[in-house]
Design a protein around this ligand. Structure first.
Ligand SMILES: C[S@@+](CC[C@H](N)C(=O)[O-])C[C@H]1O[C@@H](n2cnc3c(N)ncnc32)[C@H](O)[C@@H]1O
Length: 293
């Protein structure tokens, strides 16, 4: 991955029409879907046997989903969504990549696990999906594709039933400050100052794009993330940070124990992952059992 030089004319071209970010990112994720389907990283054939691609962090922290309705935001091609379904949830997955959602539907049929999948940009989800859910879920590598977290949190909150919760597990924003190549330079702001425009030749799975792609992403600080959710009246139940990644998806990671990866020293000291859970409180009317005027 290489960042475009802000002094280049090309960079100015990319930055001219920031509304094009969706088109560019969609093109990239569609191009990635075919490669990811056949990648060792996603190991779809193993998934078809195990019927689970979730990791211990989210399984333990989300808890029992039996009989619960669950909305998975930015589900890619749905392996995690189908895993929740195999654990008893009634699932809906959404993603803006139509190629990903098509593949998710095929997988659902193939492993005979019912699921609903919706193609949509997060910000226009209300145009494409109605309803409320017991659990809203998003994970690893999702929010960095979204420029505005206040708008995102509004969408998230609108899909949680009263008494239900939103859970997320993500890569820690601190690791997104670095350029992960051999120089491991401290390159990007911790804060959401502007879009990061990159020319991408290769996926985090190691698979190459047929053509170079341009991607737009944003860094979001922990306070930006938490405050966007609190502003929606959601109540924080926990916030955790982890010293490892559950995926070997960045250069220079080393497996420290099975399924746990850390950057090589001295960057092993960085936080790698975080998770949080926020709950939507019941309205006063429901708590008291009286009709309040
Ligand atoms: C790294 S993947 C997320 C994988 C995730 N850990 C999972 O559950 O499998 C990021 C996904 O976000 C999707 N995405 C990016 N921007 C989006 C947007 N604005 N609206 C909806 N989906 C988006 C991409 O298409 C891609 O499938």
């Amino acid at each position: 991955m290489s960042q475009l030089n802000p002094n280049d004319k090309e960079y100015e071209e990319y930055k001219k029409e920031p509304s094009d970010y969706l088109e560019a990112n969609k093109k990239m994720w569609n191009s990635l879907t075919e490669a990811h389907k056949n990648s060792n990283f996603y190991n779809v054939s193993q998934f078809k046997k195990d019927r689970n691609s979730l990791n211990a962090i989210e399984i333990n922290e989300v808890g029992d989903v039996e009989g619960k309705s669950l909305l998975h935001l930015q589900c890619h091609f749905g392996m995690d969504t189908l895993s929740w379904a195999n654990m008893g949830a009634e699932v809906t997955g959404m993603d803006m990549s139509d190629a990903s959602i098509e593949l998710a539907g095929e997988l659902s049929k193939e492993i005979e696990t019912p699921a609903k999948f919706v193609v949509s940009d997060v910000y226009s989800l209300r145009d494409n999906l109605q309803g409320e859910f017991d659990v809203v879920f998003t994970s690893y590598g999702a929010i960095g594709w979204l420029p505005d977290l206040n708008k995102w949190a509004e969408i998230v909150a609108s899909y949680i039933k009263e008494g239900g919760f939103f859970y997320m597990v993500e890569f820690h924003p601190v690791i997104y400050m670095y350029e992960w190549g051999n120089n491991f330079a401290l390159q990007y702001s911790y804060f959401n100052e502007s879009s990061i425009v990159e020319e991408v030749e290769q996926s985090y799975t190691g698979d190459r794009h047929k053509q170079k792609q341009v991607s737009y992403s944003w860094n979001h600080s922990i306070s930006e993330i938490i405050n966007s959710l609190l502003a929606q009246g959601l109540q924080l139940e926990f916030f955790n940070e982890y010293e490892y990644s559950v995926y070997n998806c960045f250069p220079n990671l080393k497996e420290i124990e099975k399924g746990k990866f850390r950057f090589k020293p001295p960057y092993d000291k960085l936080p790698h992952t975080f998770s949080l859970k926020v709950r939507k409180p019941f309205s006063k009317k429901k708590i008291s059992g009286r009709i309040e005027v």
